[in-house]
Design a protein around this ligand. Sequence first.
Ligand SMILES: O=C[C@H](O)COP(=O)(O)O
Length: 253
Amino acid sequence: MPQLIAGNWKMNGTLAGIAAYAAALRPASPGAELLVCPPAPLIAPLRAALDGAPVALGAQDCAVKRSGAHTGDLSADLLAELGATHVILGHSERRADHAESSATVREKARTAIAAGLVPIICVGETEAERDSGEAETVVRAQLAGSLPEELAGQTVPGVVAPGIIAYEPVWAIGTGRTPTEEDVAAMHASIRAALRRQLGAAGATMPILYGGSVKPSNAASLLALPEVGGALVGGASLKAEDFLAIASAAARD
Ligand SMILES: O=C[C@H](O)COP(=O)(O)O
């Protein structure tokens, strides 16, 4: 399976900037699958600007409910209609800024799957949790609470993986710091073991992305680690050239 390089624009990007970004991505053929997750209002214009280029689009969150009186929330069905195929769920910024629990993330993942979206479920420890030796325990608890059983049997037409995990140590996000290669490999191995236990065969192949200060200069070494199925890139995804440089560092099948 090719590695997946996913860009999370967070609350960045403008309608005015879409054309230039799409123009830079359109001719690219990196060794990886590309996914861009802009703010939701930019999904449809970016889809149009990409003009059929093989770049998937995703959202950064969705509501628990599929429709109804939920002011300000975003329906997974509407995100799919706008052109999203994926949705990031349980990012540490949502867990922290919006007090999202793993139980809420699991409900959102169920809703996303029902709407035909592939959930990218984020997990990761804080610096204090790593320093106290609890990183793997914390991440295993997040996985146990956040993954719906539907992931064990779900298939989405045309999509290889029904769900994706993103390991993002909170202290590595936007800081320029990354864990050691040994620590990334150890955590990804631990996540793989947990996925197998929780989801059986589906858990054996579910991609596990690494996220946290991935940039062109460190992408090749991070992406070469065992059980690293790609990257979830924040800041460096905002510049198309940097995003493509990271994607070019990815392994071909
Ligand atoms: O979702 C992306 C991550 O939070 C990583 O962000 P970053 O690449 O800016 O550290």
